[in-house]
Design a binder for this molecule. Structure first.
Ligand code: NAD
Ligand code: TDX
Length: 335
């Protein structure tokens, strides 16, 4: 099988390519990525020279480039996106361009090339926000209620993907998953930002009262969920994917990280809240468990600790990433 992976130089895409190459020795992969600030070929340097792997530098909004890359492709796994909520608040336009228009360009090419499966990687953020302390969870029937430009652009892309299934019969599947963590995550996101700041002796910025709740999913569990959906998921269906059973607040996560890193809570710095900050996310992943036999295998505490070790052992990777544009972004975001 030949797969086209969009956004494969980013966090989840790179983890997925490494996972797939390892578990599917007869398959080949084309990694199609624009290499924005978030794309980093260092993530895939172990694949250099591998005849089953090809990299194409391209923009998913560029129809002719996408068309060429799709030649002979059976399956598309679409990760490419502008993915950071805070950046979408400062500058929404690239989110609309990449996440909505880019997805539509890919869908058109997929129809033309008669691909056997178009898998769209989406987020729980399209469902909006849940009440703190409620027992409610997002599931596949939850009404869409995106509340940030990022979430709205992902919601738009989900609707387009579904529309191409209904209108053109394109065999699509969608996963809406929660916050991933693990190796190669860009240190603008909460967990790698906290770990790398602590290693550098800096404070960890916590938005508002810190009582916001996210569901955390180890990235390899996410990769396995996508694998199962590609193998046995039903065209036209959506699957929610999550990692935890109990709520944990951002402060709870930081307390775990500081404890695991031998620091006290004086590293925490409460900063101005994110506008429109979603209070709580929680995911009901019983459909993918029931229908495809998936469940998260990696428990949060052990894999958070292993993630900390990865950042400690890969300082060159994130120190390089934290230079240049990152410094400008950090100053603008945190003052
Ligand atoms: P990321 O920001 O780390 O990587 C995104 C990748 O897409 C980068 O390599 C970037 O260069 C590439 N890209 C951006 N614009 C492009 C364009 N126009 N053309 C081609 N390539 C482009 O993102 P991530 O965290 O790995 O997320 C991957 C996908 O998973 C996204 O669609 C995101 O919405 C979704 N998702 C992420 C999370 C999470 O916790 N990180 C959770 C749920 C869903
Ligand atoms: O400095 C920070 N301080 C802070 O308190 C940052 C960067 C975040 N936070 C809070 C905001 C959120 O409540 O931590 C929580 C997690 O924040 P992010 O890592 O920015 O993730 P989130 O906004 O929840 O979105 C993520 O999960 C869903 C990904 O970035 C999205 O791509 C994905 O769709």
């Amino acid at each position: 099988m030949k797969l086209l992976i969009t956004g494969g130089a980013g966090f989840i895409g790179a983890n997925f390519i490494l996972y797939w190459m390892n578990h599917h020795p007869d398959d080949s992969i084309v990694n199609f990525d624009k290499l924005t600030y978030a794309g980093n070929l260092e993530n895939l340097k172990t694949l250099e020279g591998n005849s089953r792997y090809t990299f194409v530098k391209g923009d998913i909004t560029d129809g002719s480039c996408v068309d060429r890359a799709m030649d002979g492709v059976d399956t598309i796994v679409h990760f490419a996106a502008e993915s950071h909520v805070d950046r979408s608040i400062t500058e929404p336009a690239p989110f609309v361009t990449t996440n909505i228009i880019g997805t539509q360009v890919l869908l058109n090419a997929a129809v033309k090339h008669k691909v056997k499966r178009f898998h769209h990687v989406s987020t729980d953020e399209v469902f909006g926000s849940l009440e703190l302390h409620s027992k409610e969870k997002f599931n596949e029937q939850t009404r869409y209620d995106p509340r940030s430009p990022y979430a709205a652009s992902k919601a738009g892309s989900d609707h387009l993907v579904h529309a191409y299934f209904v209108t053109y019969g394109l065999p699509v599947t969608i996963t809406n998953c929660s916050n991933n963590f693990g190796p190669y995550q860009f240190p603008e996101k909460f967990i790698p930002l906290a770990i790398t700041n602590i290693i550098e002796g800096k404070k960890v910025p916590v938005y508002g009262d810190g009582l916001y709740v996210r569901d955390w999913l180890y990235v390899e569990d996410h990769c396995r969920a996508i694998e199962l959906v590609l193998q046995s998921g039903k065209a036209g269906e959506t699957y929610c994917v999550g990692g935890l059973s109990d709520d944990i607040s951002n402060i709870g996560v930081i307390k775990k990280i500081t404890h695991m890193m031998g620091k006290d809570e004086s590293v925490i710095e409460f900063v101005k809240d994110r506008p429109g900050h979603d209070r709580r996310y929680a995911i009901d992943w019983s459909k993918i468990r029931r229908e495809l036999g998936w469940k998260p295998e990696y428990d949060f505490d052990s894999w958070l600790e292993k993630t900390i070790v990865w950042y400690k052992e890969n300082k060159a990777w994130w120190k390089h990433v934290k230079t240049g544009e990152y410094q400008t972004y950090y100053k603008q975001q945190y003052g």
